[in-house]
Design a protein around this ligand. Structure first.
Ligand code: I3S
Length: 134
């Protein structure tokens, strides 16, 4: 019945490849370490996965990803988070988003194709808004 639907029902979902780095943990600034990440939004949680290159330093022909190579690196609870375009002093890269969690973690998310990163901005903003009313 409608009443038994999970509270996560109708939250937005999205997945794709972007570049990311964590820049603060618990309010404390940490050294950047940019890497590519398979990034998944599901149930109000954003998960950045480890760059398969760092999981598995293969070499040779590119192979399809095995599920054992999809290893979560950071999970980000979007409830109470804030997201927006990062100011120019945060990075020399273009199209950079800054995501701050309620717990004082900060991440930068970047991709050279602007539409890709604008779509992430929109979906994260909409999810944060959706979570306010839950
Ligand atoms: O904000 P920063 O410190 O200039 O960030 C750069 C550094 O993290 C740099 O690595 P080192 O920690 O080895 O200096 C990275 O290679 C750069 O990509 C970082 O800057 P950008 O502007 O790319 O976010």
């Amino acid at each position: 019945t409608v009443l038994s639907l999970s509270p996560q029902c109708h939250l937005l979902e999205k997945a794709g490849i972007i570049n990311k780095t964590k820049v603060a943990d618990g309010g404390k600034k940490i050294r950047k370490n940019w890497s590519q990440s398979w990034t998944v939004l599901h149930g109000g949680v954003l998960t950045f996965h480890k760059d398969p290159k760092s999981v598995f330093d293969g070499g040779g022909e590119p192979q399809p990803l095995k599920s054992s190579q999809i290893v979560p690196e950071f999970t980000v609870e979007l409830r109470g988070a804030s997201v927006g375009w990062a100011s120019k002093d945060k990075s020399s890269k273009k199209n950079v988003l800054e995501l701050k969690t309620r717990q004082g973690c900060e991440y930068l998310m970047q991709y050279d194709t602007e539409s890709i990163i604008s779509d992430w901005l929109k979906v994260i903003q909409d999810t944060v808004r959706q979570l306010v009313t839950r």
